[in-house]
Design a protein around this ligand. Sequence first.
Ligand code: NAD
Length: 482
Amino acid sequence: MTTATGRNFIRGQWLNTDEVANDTDPGNGDVVGVLARATSDHVDEAVEAAHSASQEWADLPASARGAILRRAADELESDADEWGRLMTREMGKPFPESRVECVRAAAILRFFAGEGHRPYGEHYASDAPQTWLFTRRHPVGVVGIITPWNFPAAIPAWKLAPALLFGNTVVFKAADDAVLTGLRIVEALDRAGLPPGVLNAVVGRGSVVGAAIADHPAIDAISFTGSTETGRGILETASRTAKRVQLEMGGHNPVIVRSDAALDAAVAAVALGAFASAGQKCTATRRVYVARDLYDDFTEKLVAKATNMRVGYGLDEGVEMGPLVNDVQLQGVLEALERAEKEGQLRCGGKRLVDEPYERGSYMGPAVFTDLPHDAEFACEEVFGPNVAVWPVDHDDEAIELANSTKYDLSAAIFTRDLDAAKSFVERIRAGIVHVNSQTAGAEVHVPFGGLAGSGYGPHEQGRAAIEFYTTTKTVYLDPAG
Ligand code: NAD
């Protein structure tokens, strides 16, 4: 397998630095690439480059900016096999999931390319007789974009594309564990004709490079996706310089399974929601509240599904769950599960896989818990791995109250054939994304995406909602009579 270099991209140039680090494959410990880590001085250079490119980029017609996004989308889509393999090697997700994500990232770029030809701004009737009264949308300026490793193609795509289309310039920092996958979008945009300085990428640690972006006085807005703890720290830092901030953070997503649910479909959706991408999705299913009469059957079937899942290297045919992103992450998850075992019953998985063929990677078996107290750490805090807990419930009110009981409000699902129950759930559940008879994870590219409370801050992302964060509004009173 080849190794690649993760370099910094500033003013249209790819730059090495003095500090290098290995980017390793969590499935077998191989070196996937070498990363050239930046310092805060590189962030300063990147911000300066973004500022110098700002006016010319903002002056281009939006459709011309969109044409660049469209060309990049075409290249990325035709490269989805290779790009997907790189993603799997960097962060472990099975290749079919990686490939789908790459195609989706290209679709996101294409959606935002189309925004260049769609209406934005509004006309109003003025109280003054001659006046045309309308709003215009303008770029915010220089946007800092900080992304996690778990969707290393889709999340950069859904931030970079609207930022650029609406005329902003960008300083982008991808997560260390999947930086090469994120930089692939930068390469494609560069080849598609993006002028130098419009998009700059810095590689490096969150505590150095990410913190420098959050603190930089000449960055106007920050869009961040990652953990709630990091997000809140960024908000605190960014508010010192009164930046606009958008945060997409952790989740602890509930599913309710009512007595009238299609049982096998519910089990399949919970298994997919909990264990795809080794549970490393912000929208992963973590808690399941099952009607008492179905509880035993449901739990038995879920445990059987988890036990029979094929765990293995993400590039191998037929693998359903890959390794966790790295050993530190795996260790953290295993420790949280050990603590949970003192309070509840671990029904399957939850242990490190150490025998051949797993000994060189960060693998564990998918875990199902039962009999946990509702206020157990595991029932309230995000444990970012392949783990889910199940409880019996006696009625809808109890289920919805429990579903609403954590500090996170990202995604939630109900399984039922009763329309009234579904309607009541949609109205009462606290979540930014709600599913009826589908898994908690899963998002289409053209609709708003985002959480509430501890899961999100600021306007939602994706689709037409993205305009709210990436533009400012100017109200124009125009009297043509002069
Ligand atoms: P993380 O918070 O550790 O890191 C996210 C990004 O922030 C990385 O690029 C990291 O280098 C950077 N960073 C770290 N410390 C920083 C600092 N002090 N200042 C500035 N930047 C800093 O998160 P992660 O481990 O990469 O991702 C997993 C988390 O992301 C989970 O909590 C998951 O739920 C969340 N997530 C949320 C969404 C969503 O849309 N709500 C989507 C995907 C992931």
